[in-house]
Design a protein around this ligand. Structure first.
Ligand code: GDP
Ligand code: ZN
Length: 311
């Protein structure tokens, strides 16, 4: 059984099973005693089930394949980094920060660029070749004109995905579009009919951002997993609204740049002379500076060095 939400104060947890029934569960006291937190996304063993009342008790938590902190979700197997080409305009430094934060989780990443209908072909192919040179294969989409949504839906299928990206790029709109495949409103309301009594299947409110934390108002309290039509889940809380990069050290930064990572792995066993090489022109460094994001790498390295000095 997968835990899909922790929405209420009075109840410990709610979860739902694949066959479409949901149970309101409490966590067994012994799990709390040994401080086993139950996260959204956890796979759990549920016992003492009362089908009439739809109640159960979480007896055990399976080992997690991954765990991210913002939002707190277990067993995430895919990150979708979503940016828009315009409104707001794609910025290579902001995008790099999100990509670094995503790379630092070790979870596979898909990069998608939304609002393609707002730019001309030239801008598109320019970004396409730039992002390929960074080591990514971007998908282009437009939630408004429904371009590229089928591809995105198939990329998300059967996975648990967290969507990352700055505010305003269309994350909530995309989640709605992927979940409410039918066009007519009536149909959309019944799209997940087999799964009953779930308040959290309400539409995401689009474009509503609270000034306090820059997140949508609906996302302040809890994250939940929304089932996708074709199987799989998407977290309804966009992750890392402001990538802090706090867990990234100056030694680890290089491995989050595909441009550096590939040079180092291709040249195995040839390595930089110094084991702790930061690839900023040290003697015997095999990473050259002939790539677009090299200055951004420098800039981030400086930022991290300063932070580490003051820690
Ligand atoms: P979020 O903050 O990332 O969740 O972004 P929202 O989903 O709230 O969308 C922000 C704004 O962008 C809304 O006004 C959407 O209608 C708009 N939007 C979303 N997708 C597209 C698109 O493909 N094209 C255009 N032009 N606008 C879009
Ligand atoms: Zn080096």
């Amino acid at each position: 059984v997968i835990v899909t939400a922790r929405p209420s104060r009075s109840r410990e947890i709610e979860d739902s099973s694949k066959n479409g029934s949901e149970l309101l569960c409490v966590v067994r006291a012994v799990l709390k005693k040994i401080k086993r937190r139950v996260l959204v996304g956890d796979k759990v063993v549920v016992g003492s089930i009362d089908w009439a009342d739809r109640r159960g008790m979480i007896e055990n938590v399976f080992q997690r394949s991954s765990e991210i902190l913002d939002p707190p979700v277990a067993n995430v197997d895919h990150l979708l980094v979503l940016f828009s080409l315009e409104q707001p305009r794609l910025d290579s430094f902001v995008l790099t920060r999100f990509l670094i934060e995503a790379e630092s989780t070790g979870i596979p990443i898909t990069l998608a660029l939304n609002k393609v209908e707002l730019v001309d072909q030239e801008v598109l192919s320019d970004w396409n070749s730039r992002l390929r040179s960074w080591g990514y294969e971007p998908l282009f989409c437009s939630v408004d004109s429904k371009m590229g949504l089928d591809t995105l839906a198939s990329v998300l299928r059967d996975q648990t995905t967290v969507i990352l990206g700055p505010s305003g790029v269309g994350k909530s709109s995309l989640i709605n579009a992927l979940r409410n495949k039918p066009d007519s409103h009536d149909e959309a309301d019944n799209w997940f009919d087999p799964i009953m009594g779930c308040k959290w299947f309400e539409d995401q409110r689009v474009g509503e951002v609270s000034t306090r934390n820059g997140r949508g108002k609906h996302t302040t309290c809890n994250v939940s997993l929304l089932p996708l039509g074709g199987g799989g889940y998407v977290a309804d809380t966009p992750g890392f609204s402001q990538p802090s990069l706090l867990k990234v050290t100056k030694q680890s930064l290089a491995q989050y740049f595909p441009e550096i990572r590939t040079v180092l792995s291709v040249n195995e066993p040839a390595k930089c002379t110094f084991k702790d090489c930061l690839h900023v022109g040290e003697p015997g460094c095999i990473v050259e500076g002939d790539w677009e994001r090299y200055p951004l790498y420098f800039q981030l390295l400086d930022e991290i060095k300063i932070r580490e000095e003051f820690q």
